[in-house]
Design a protein around this ligand. Sequence first.
Ligand SMILES: NC(=O)c1ccc[n+]([C@@H]2O[C@H](COP(=O)([O-])OP(=O)(O)OC[C@H]3O[C@@H](n4cnc5c(N)ncnc54)[C@H](OP(=O)(O)O)[C@@H]3O)[C@@H](O)[C@H]2O)c1
Length: 436
Amino acid sequence: MSAPVDVPVALLGYGTVGSAVHRLLEDGAEDIARATGHRLRVVRALVRDPGREREHAPAHGVLTGDFRRIVDDGGVALVAEVMGGVEPTGEYVAELLRRGIPVVTANKQLVARHGPELFEAAAEGGAQLRFEASVCAAIPVIKLLRESLVVTNVHRVLGIVNGTTNFVLGEMEAGSTYADALAEAQRLGYAEADPTEDVSGLDAAAKMAILATVAFGSRVALEGVEVAGIDALRDEHVAAARALEMRVKLVGEAVLVGERVGVRVGPAFVDAHHPLASIEGAFNAVMLQGDAIRELTLEGPGAGGTETASAIVADLVSVLGASEAGFLRDDPVWRSLGALPHGELPSPYYLRLEVEDRAGVLARLAQELASEGVSVARLVQQPGDGHAVLHVVTHEAPAGRVEAALRAIRALPESRGDASALPVVSSRGVEELGWT
Ligand SMILES: NC(=O)c1ccc[n+]([C@@H]2O[C@H](COP(=O)([O-])OP(=O)(O)OC[C@H]3O[C@@H](n4cnc5c(N)ncnc54)[C@H](OP(=O)(O)O)[C@@H]3O)[C@@H](O)[C@H]2O)c1
């Protein structure tokens, strides 16, 4: 066997993920050389403070605080962007690509917000831009969608793509309050000190925008995703889900309906028999539905330094394997599909309604639902203190019609408390959903 080709690599960032990439490249050097005939060697790593003491410090002279030492070096063949943020990161990545240097990135916000400009820069420089690590860390879903599923006509992507919220919801199901569950997630390192991006659904929205873009080959902007977080969820929702043999999950859904794309993220009731219901703790899962594959579910760690670094290294290796030609090197976007107007995505819904407990009220509720074309599949009434709590599961209806019916119900004089609705995720008919 001839000696492996030397490939000088630069890292933008040497934090949790960057240092793990360095370690995996060193520990896996022989495996990579055997598989690809190349030896990837970290020669530069950009940090804010090169003088700071670090646990896994690279060799002397590798750390630098000056981006010019990477881009103007001339010897760097590949770059992994693992510094995060949108500025100045986006400018750095674009400049490298324009200079013909391939970049792989773990940065979902950058790809979701600036994908078009970055792929333009990549095309200009004839360099590859890859982003496997930006969605669900260790789960190789981007490569699967672009390569293995190229002829399957994927038309629906369902995902639990935020581990922090999945952990928090699991703790709430086990009896914790939202505040305690979030504090525990922070203590275990699953949640940032400022958890807004996770609990508001924004992190999941960026990942779903990327997944939808790749799955359907048409750009989905982050602003086009309908987003709701778990911050507005109430303990009663978790209790009602349990009674319905369902689980509350933060679910991302992207669908292709005809020539239009709809993407949303929000808390949903997931039927206990659905594959997404069994995703525990900080794990992620993505379910893909397509004509030729029916259904395929991937599950795995959606974060973590080593897990994310494994996807970065996989992308670096893929760049080497596809450096001559091949569709994977280009922008995954090849067409421009319209967006489904907000509120048109259909789903069965769970409704929680509180009303005065007297004759005729049920009929009025049914009337309001029917006038929006929302039909009831199941209904359970629990007596409250002078009022009744109604748990309703509807047949499939567009979100906008359900919201309109809720507005009308809230305005009824008999209405008590705040009526709320969450989509239901189930592969069974709603009639079969059990009540305990
Ligand atoms: N950690 C995860 O589990 C995970 C999972 C999926 C995706 N990601 C993504 O991976 C990326 C990196 O995450 P991380 O957890 O490794 O972050 P991190 O530990 O905070 O590391 C960031 C690194 O980038 C450097 N850096 C940041 N801003 C810089 C700037 N303006 N100029 C020069 N250097 C700069 C920092 O330098 P100093 O060391 O001097 O501070 C540090 O080395 C992010 O895009 C994140 O979203 C992370």
